[in-house]
Design a protein around this ligand. Structure first.
Ligand code: SAH
Ligand code: SF4
Ligand code: F3S
Length: 452
């Protein structure tokens, strides 16, 4: 095959891990579309399967190898013709090991090399054996990837920053995604405008450390995230803005004030804190204390009283005692989260914490159980407190049952409204009448929009 060969082909993409992988998977499909690849929902009968992988915890990595085992059988059924590519963070971190354990994989491509996929596929077809590209090229992949083709819908993600220079003791991301790099402002604005023209009304800006954004502006100056958000807010038809994931140390006062001054910015922030113990935060190399987090939360609540928070926690990091865990629980109780993700520490090869004496597994399990029970309680409480409130809901499509429509609250809660006319892409006031564990139910205030 060469890259000008456009015979119709079927592509199946499996995505693990974070939203950035979801975004990258879509861009890989975009880069392959001109070669004749159309995406299909199952690997059966596909000419090419891309597994876009995550390396963040051990279990994520295990998933890759079990899924590859299943793909191997499918590949054998095609007489070896089906091409298998492994991309993403496992490809980056364990490319060589992967090819030893799964030699039937044709291509191993790291997150910075997706724009080279057509060339790598051509190479794999020419060559007997596997092709691997896990370099960190000097060019930025986004400058070379084609424009996003398919619309993501009313709510969309847009990657503006990649990589991380923070080197938390537990984390593989600086090794798998490389150094922090920001996309230029012009390219971000152009992509956002295209999305809005295709019907997108809410955009979440993505980055491993999105609030460290420092992209080159059209004026030749370096723009902060706050400035970028202000420029995005001027796009007509774009109604809502979010950004994720932020690091506490990059939560500038300017950005905090944007939650008051930028009318399109939602009163909702994902701000991972990981632990409530200063000793563990130091061991984690987070370079902030629990009180720094408290101050940011308090300041945001001061400038934007309806602000709500989500976070990430790790329990059982090396060195974590009962007292350290109690400090985490205290911080959680005091902050009151709308939702939060929590994980048991998983030692990752090559990271500093992996070599330290480990917390006993059963202790980690018990702490995770206790923390998750409290976080679940807080999430239920947050949803229950929505009942009786009237809030603007952005409608995204049909609900699961006939006559229902679905949307999102400013706090990213899924909202279901009964007996309404089609309102996709519109924002309407909804009075919340009921809370379920993972969604809230309401009625439209605007009587004209209620179905007869
Ligand atoms: N850039 C983001 C998070 C990236 S990973 C940040 O700075 O917060 C998402 C979450 O996975 C992290 O916030 C952390 O809570 C969790 N995580 C990362 N490495 C982990 C590990 N080795 N074991 C358990 N959880 C981990
Ligand atoms: Fe990982 Fe820390 Fe970087 Fe987040 S800030 S990606 S947790 S190293
Ligand atoms: Fe996983 Fe890589 Fe995202 S390790 S969480 S896919 S950045």
């Amino acid at each position: 095959m060469n890259t000008t060969d456009r015979k119709p082909r079927k592509l199946h993409v499996v995505t693990h891990g974070c939203q950035m992988n979801v975004y990258d998977s879509a861009r890989m499909a975009d880069v392959l579309a001109p070669l004749g690849y159309t995406t299909v929902d199952t690997p059966e009968g596909a000419d090419m399967v891309i597994m876009n992988t995550c390396h963040i915890r051990e279990r994520a990595e295990e998933k890759v190898f079990s899924a590859l085992g299943r793909l191997r059988v499918l590949k054998e059924d095609t007489g070896g013709k089906m091409m298998i590519a492994v991309t993403g963070c496992v490809a980056q971190a364990e490319g060589d090991i992967l090819l030893k354990r799964a030699p039937f994989v044709d291509l191993v491509v790291g997150p910075q090399a997706y724009h080279r996929l057509p060339e790598l596929i051509a190479q794999a077809h020419r060559k007997q054996g596997s092709v691997i590209d896990t370099e960190f090229p000097t060019e930025q992949k986004f400058d070379f990837l084609p424009d996003a083709a398919a619309s993501q819908g009313v709510i969309a993600n847009l990657t503006i920053q990649e990589g991380c220079d923070k080197f938390c003791s537990f984390c593989v991301v600086p090794y798998t995604r490389g150094a922090e790099a920001s996309r230029p402002v012009t390219s971000v604005l152009a992509e956002a405008k295209r999305m809005v023209a295709q019907g997108t009304r809410e955009i979440a800006l993505l980055g491993q450390n999105v609030n460290a954004y420092h992209g080159e502006g059209p004026d030749g100056k370096i723009w902060s995230l706050t400035r970028l958000l202000a420029a995005l807010a001027e796009i007509e038809g774009l109604e809502r803005l979010r950004y994720t994931t932020s690091h506490p140390n990059d939560m500038t006062d300017e950005l905090i004030l944007a939650h008051r001054d930028n009318a399109k910015l939602m009163p909702f922030l994902h701000l991972p804190v990981q632990s409530g113990s200063d000793k563990i935060l130091t061991a984690m190399n987070r370079k902030h204390g629990a009180d720094d987090f408290r101050r940011i939360v308090a300041r945001l609540r001061e400038v934007r009283p309806d602000m709500a928070f989500t976070s990430d926690f790790i329990v059982g990091h090396p060195g974590e005692t009962d007292a350290d865990f109690a400090a985490t629980m205290a911080l959680v109780r005091e902050t009151r989260f709308a939702l939060a993700y929590s994980f048991k520490y998983s030692p990752r090869p090559g990271t500093p914490a992996a070599g330290l004496p480990q917390v006993e597994a059963a202790v980690g399990d018990a702490r995770l159980y206790e923390l998750q029970a409290e976080l679940r309680r807080q999430q239920d409480e947050f949803n229950a407190e929505s009942v009786g409130l009237t809030m603007p809901v952005l409608f995204t499509g049909h609900g699961r049952h006939a006559g229902q429509i679905a949307g999102r609250s400013p706090y990213a809660q899924p909202v279901v409204v009964e007996n309404a006319t089609e309102l996709t892409g519109e924002i309407h006031e909804v009075k919340i009448t009921r809370a379920n564990p993972n969604s809230i139910i309401g009625i439209l205030i605007d009587k004209e929009k209620i179905a007869a």
